[in-house]
Ligand binder design. Structure first.
Ligand code: ATP
Ligand code: MG
Length: 423
């Protein structure tokens, strides 16, 4: 029996086609430019890691590890997972490759996988860029990471649409003391908490602070503040971050409820948020995680970083200014197959001379009319046409597709001619 039903893609995993794919590629180039300007270098890491890596870094009780990972046994029965984020793999590599002696600034761009309910800007495979720095304990590094976001959002023309929220979560022992106070307070108000929060009272009480539930938020109004539990050193680190941002003129909002639920996080946490995308308000999230390298078996190494999903950044950027795919400079047509190699060769010369130019070669021999229609539809500035007559004379016909004017140009002078037109 044959089953001829067409096979569909896995839910939440998209085929991204032009123009969106082209816009994402442009955005990615722009992000690389900015990161290169800050001297962060690209790293490439496996998409698959041992499941234990994520259990030990992200934490068993987090949504990501508890509910969202794609985990399976390989042919030898070893449990592997598709990476849900990049930091775990980066730290694994830092230790495995013996990179802890020198400071490192790097980024990882690529697909991440999370089994979530798919919706707009939330997918099961999505592209994230993760930016990390190792070996720097100074609050100035935290600020540098925030400046990368500032530069990116400014470049995209959406700096006004995003807001930088920051907080300090201090050190582990300070949080432990605070957590006891918080649990005591919330236990008194247990009847007003939702199921999620009641569960977190046991598993991860700090995470209740960033609950989105309105009633829980109302209860939190009266809760003790983490800030009051911080010691002198932690306060100073945070003061330094704020003072540098002030001096640099980077606007920020202190959000005393911004937390991270895992032990290895400390000091600065920050998020870039926006009202412009509806439910998916966080476009970028980061912080300091000085305890992570040690937790994975490396020597204690200060570290900080942030990650952003490129889809959400594109949605946001497009609200300010639509990305337009590059329009071809030239649409090149051979009227007969005898002229095709000449035209292919002219296309090569133009691409070589003007690397940024898009040059479309029309690979079929068709009627002049239908070829010109395709040239017009491509949005190209010029059509380059070689027929028998042009070939015999060593010329081309260049047609300006905007004003319709035609010019006979020697083949050897095509690049020079285009340059006069572009100037
Ligand atoms: P959220 O609360 O939105 O689920 P998160 O805390 O799970 O976010 P992080 O793990 O901090 O997100 O990831 C950082 C960024 O990665 C997010 O701000 C978002 O831009 C992007 N991101 C996270 N999950 C997805 C997803 N399923 N699809 C697309 N982008 C995502
Ligand atoms: Mg999530």
């Amino acid at each position: 029996m044959s089953n001829s039903a067409a096979i569909q893609s896995v839910r939440g995993m998209r085929t991204i086609l032009p123009p969106e794919s082209e816009k994402l590629a442009q955005l990615s180039t722009l992000v690389h430019e900015i990161l290169s300007g800050f001297a962060y270098q690209p790293w490439s890491l496996p998409l698959l890691e041992k499941t234990a890596l994520f259990q030990r870094t992200i934490g068993e009780e987090t949504d990501i590890v508890a509910k969202e990972m794609y985990t399976f046994a390989d042919r030898k029965g070893e449990s592997l997972s598709l990476r849900p984020e990049a930091t775990a793999g980066v730290v694994r590599a830092m230790i495995q490759e013996g990179l802890l002696q020198q400071p490192q600034r790097l980024f990882v761009e690529g697909p991440m996988f999370r089994y979530e309910r798919p919706q707009k800007d939330r997918y099961r495979q999505f592209t994230q860029i993760s930016v990390e720095a190792f070996g720097y304990a100074s609050p100035a590094l935290d600020v540098e990471l925030m400046l990368i976001g500032d530069a990116l959002f400014s470049r995209l023309g959406v700096r006004e649409q995003v807001s930088l929220e920051i907080n300090s979560i201090g050190q582990l022992d300070e949080r432990r003391a605070y957590q006891a106070d918080l649990v005591a307070y919330l236990t008194q108000h247990k009847d007003q908490l939702d199921d999620d929060s009641i569960r977190r009272l046991e598993t991860n009480p700090l995470r209740i602070l960033d609950s989105k539930n309105a009633q829980v938020q109302a209860v939190l109004e009266g809760a003790p503040l983490l800030e009051d539990a911080l010691g002198e050193e932690s306060r100073q680190h945070f003061k330094d971050v704020c003072a540098m941002l002030d001096a640099l003129g980077v606007a920020y909002v202190i959000n005393p409820r911004l937390v991270r639920g895992l032990d290895y996080y400390n000091h600065s946490v920050f998020e870039w948020t926006t009202q412009a995308l509806g439910a998916q308000g966080t476009v970028c999230a980061g912080g300091r995680y000085d305890g992570l390298v040690e937790q994975l078996g490396g020597k204690p190494t200060p570290a900080a970083g942030f990650a952003f999903g490129i889809d959400r950044i594109l949605s946001l950027a497009e609200q300010a200014k639509p990305f337009s795919p590059p329009t071809p400079l030239v649409y090149a047509i051979a009227l007969e197959s005898a002229q095709q190699t000449t035209v292919l060769s002219l296309c090569q010369s133009i691409r070589q001379a003007v690397p940024s130019a898009r040059v479309v070669f029309h690979p079929e021999v068709q009627g002049m009319k239908s070829q010109m229609k395709k040239a017009d539809r491509s949005g190209a500035h010029f059509a380059l046409i070689v027929g028998e007559g042009e070939a015999a004379e060593g010329n081309v016909t260049m047609k300006n597709l905007t004003d319709g004017s035609q010019h006979t140009v020697a083949q050897a002078d095509v690049v020079a001619w285009l340059n006069t037109q572009r100037a």
